[in-house]
Design a protein around this ligand. Structure first.
Ligand code: PEP
Ligand code: MN
Length: 340
């Protein structure tokens, strides 16, 4: 159920409706829009008795939500969500958000070298895992908190915003302290206890699509995070499993307009995991921007042949510079921008 408030409703009227919803035993989620506030109601098992709410000052209408996901849906909020990370860095705005960096933070020297390169060519966000979910228990698992400290240094040295992954509730506590955006990886998209913990975090979440997740499952995973009170979720398409074996995954770019039709949340594309091959990252980045993605998350390494993970899909810094140049031209055609 959604309570649509009038464009002229006062703060006090909105608070009174939220109080009433909580008194009824449900949870109220006031979501301000460009014109008016909508208040989502969750926690109800059946229909909500709406007459009492409809009679309250400032309420225009109470509308049932037809989709299983409520808070992520455009029925709740028509205009697109823009996530403000400070210092002029946004995700979902006119400017494309480009997140670049290595798969994993391997050393201070490695992270600072790559950060200098991607900052010089225009990235505003730095990616790099300190906790790595690896298929093999014998593969490099990340530097953990030492890696987070290196990422903090990257931020203070280059002014880059930090995107890094949490793999479980304990690492999320740590990542929340250091990161600007907390990444939840594809393998954890349906780790519901982690999603609930992410919903209590005070930092935006980058939620990657699961390896075989449908659009509904993807949006329901985001709904878990919003339902706990964190409304700042960035969706990320990173490729799904199919029979095709010419790429590591099949990058499903059609999910971008599909998400945008159903949800107000921003969506970025990861062409690195989406293809698994360096030579395909630039072409698919161009396509992602053309299809309307709000940004990219791209793996870059200065010595990919020595990388401890995902070297074969990492761009060299010079390739990344070319990627930025090419997407800038495509973005301009669509009325969007890529700054340096
Ligand atoms: C990553 O971003 O390095 C990563 C492990 O991604 P995914 O969860 O999409 O596989
Ligand atoms: Mn990776």
């Amino acid at each position: 159920m959604l309570v649509m408030m009038s464009a002229h409703a006062s703060e006090e009227e909105i608070r009174a409706v939220c109080r009433k919803i909580e008194e009824m035993g449900f949870k109220a989620h006031p979501i301000p829009g460009a014109v008016r506030t909508a208040i989502g109601i969750t926690g109800n098992r059946g229909p909500v008795e709406s007459a009492a709410l409809e009679a309250m000052p400032g309420v225009v209408d109470c509308v049932p939500v037809s989709k299983p996901y409520k808070l992520v849906s455009r029925e709740l909020k028509e205009e697109r969500t823009v996530i403000d990370l400070g210092d002029g860095v946004q995700v979902g705005g006119k400017e494309l958000a480009v997140m670049a960096g290595p798969c994993a933070v391997e050393s201070r020297e490695q992270a600072l070298t790559i950060a200098a390169e991607v900052r010089r060519t225009g990235a505003r966000l730095f990616r790099g895992g300190a906790y790595k979910p690896r298929t093999s228990p014998y593969s490099f698992q990340g530097l953990a908190e030492e890696g987070l400290k290196i990422l903090a240094e990257v931020r203070s040295e280059f002014g880059l915003k930090i995107v890094t992954e949490a793999v479980d509730n304990e690492s999320l506590d740590k990542v929340e302290e250091y990161a600007d955006v907390i990444q939840i990886g594809a393998r954890n998209m349906q780790n519901f206890s982690l999603l609930k913990r992410a919903g209590k975090a005070r930092k935006p979440i980058l939620l990657k699509r699961g390896l075989s997740a449908t659009l509904d499952e993807f949006l329901m995973a985001a709904e878990y995070i919003l339902s706990e009170g964190n409304y700042e979720v960035i969706l990320c398409e990173r490729g799904v499993r199919t029979f095709a074996d010419h790429t590591r995954n099949t990058l499903d770019l059609s999910v971008v307009p599909a998400v945008q039709r159903l949800s107000h949340l921003p969506i970025v594309v990861d062409p690195s995991h989406g293809t698994g091959r360096r030579d395909k990252v630039i072409p698919l980045s161009r396509a992602a921007v053309a299809v309307g993605a709000d940004g990219l998350i791209v793996e870059v390494h200065h010595q990919p042949e020595q990388a401890l993970s995902d070297g074969y899909q990492s761009l060299l810094p010079a390739d990344f510079a070319r990627l930025m140049e090419e997407i800038r031209q495509i973005a301009a055609l669509l009325g969007r921008a890529v700054t340096c």
